[in-house]
Write a protein that binds this ligand. Sequence first.
Ligand code: UD1
Length: 419
Amino acid sequence: MDSLRIEGGARLTGSFRASGAKNAALPCLAATLLTSQPVRLTNVPALRDIRTMTALLAEMGARLVWDEATGEITLDCSGVFRLEAPYELVRTMRASVLCLGPLVARYGHARVSLPGGCAIGERPIDQHLAGIEALGARIDLSHGYVDARARRLVGARIPMGLVTVTGTMNVVMAASLARGESEIDNAACEPEVVNLCDFLRAMGAEIEGDGTPTIHIQGREEFGGGDFAVMADRIEAGTYLIGCAMTGGTVSFAKADLAHLALPLALLRRAGVEIAGDGETVQITGPERLTAVDATTAPYPAFPTDLQAQWMAAMATADGVSVVREEVFENRFMHVAELMRMGADIRVDGATAVVRGVDSLSGAPVMATDLRASASLVLAGLIARGETCLARIYHLDRGYEHLEEKLAALGARVVRERG
Ligand code: UD1
């Protein structure tokens, strides 16, 4: 298994460009199941999760060509015959469950493995199922699978029991091919939901209100093809922002890449980061030492849970004490033990972590069990004294395109060791 060797002490300097967003590309890929017409997606990042999703679609009978170098995928789902997302794939990537809504809406049947537990908590899909059931599907759970059937889905009012990103996406996709009108209440407002709706509209869907908690959908008989560019990855951009801030570097970001990071930027400013905009670029300059600032995760537009681990790495050496609260997932502090092995002073009590900034971290062999926890250890390695060796980086390969190349281009001393 590959590992990353990071020599701490370099300040990130230069300019950064975000890749296409994994969490926006995955639902767009699933949405191609809604049409028999050819679709072209661009700005798709070359990541392991995208490979998993394309493998799933290909197994279902989709024909697709992916040019990883240009980030373009062309798909033709007219020959889809296998209406199933098997356990082996759903287990490695929960987002496979995004096929449920499109399959049952277009083919009247879907069989999707239940995801089961994962590293960051239990993560059930009860809201996905309740939403699709409200649209008239009959849902059976047996042998670890969801079996959903419906002659034709029928529009309905769907109050989501809690804010769920992929749950909202699944229900939006299903409702967009249902007969009649639907209203989704308590919908997720994440930019990736809006991006998916933009793609669905490009194929002919009638959707209004995405980006707010109430989404209205007028169901269509069928969709056409589409040509669509996936949005930039706000979590990748946020990770590099925090990396620049904590290393005291100066990095120029494209303004568009920071469009959905208002709150993280506001917190960084309070922590002492200078943010200077000129036209299309934003210059970020980290201070000699960050000031401790609290952060609480919650659905968009609040602080993203996908940046919580990276924020904690930054706070580990900030001046003062900060409180980091995780309000989205019940078990998302796995990075804490590893950060403490590098010298951080963190006390966890339930969903709250109290971080006492220390003068410095020291490099160590570390390992993480999920994607964003791995990212936080990379950032910690950038400021640690000496060398950090991060094992199990296949998690990073799920979500950060060209990580070591992008970091090296900003002056970090990072190498991948193949093993
Ligand atoms: C998506 C993102 C993930 C991000 C998360 C929160 C993708 C592929 N993944 O995950 O990177 O961390 O949003 O921003 O886009 N829940 C239920 N029942 C459900 C669905 C969710 O109880 O049916 C709970 C979850 O356990 C969790 C919370 O709701 O505690 C939010 O999860 P959700 O928004 O669904 O996360 P994902 O869509 O899986």
